[in-house]
Design a protein. Structure first.
Length: 76
């Protein structure tokens, strides 16, 4: 069954989670070092989408996201 969303906010949140999760595949140890947290904390933040813009900025080069990806995340 296809996933259904109750509103646009939920759809956008899931889009961000998918993009972050895919971009960080295999790089969680490096991200943990940059953020100063454990690998399990990184995994939890990425799976819930609970990542601040500052944290995203810190790892943008590491996970290979650019301004186009960020614009897509915020819905532009």
């Amino acid at each position: 069954m296809p996933k259904t969303y109750l509103n646009q906010n939920e759809r956008q949140k899931q889009k961000i989670i998918r993009l972050l999760h895919g971009a960080s595949k295999g790089k969680q140890k490096d991200i943990a070092e940059v953020w100063g947290v454990t690998q399990s904390a990184v995994s939890q933040r990425l799976s819930t989408g609970n990542v601040t813009l500052y944290e995203l900025y810190l790892v943008k080069d590491l996970i290979g996201i650019d301004a186009v990806d960020v614009a897509e995340m915020i819905g532009k």
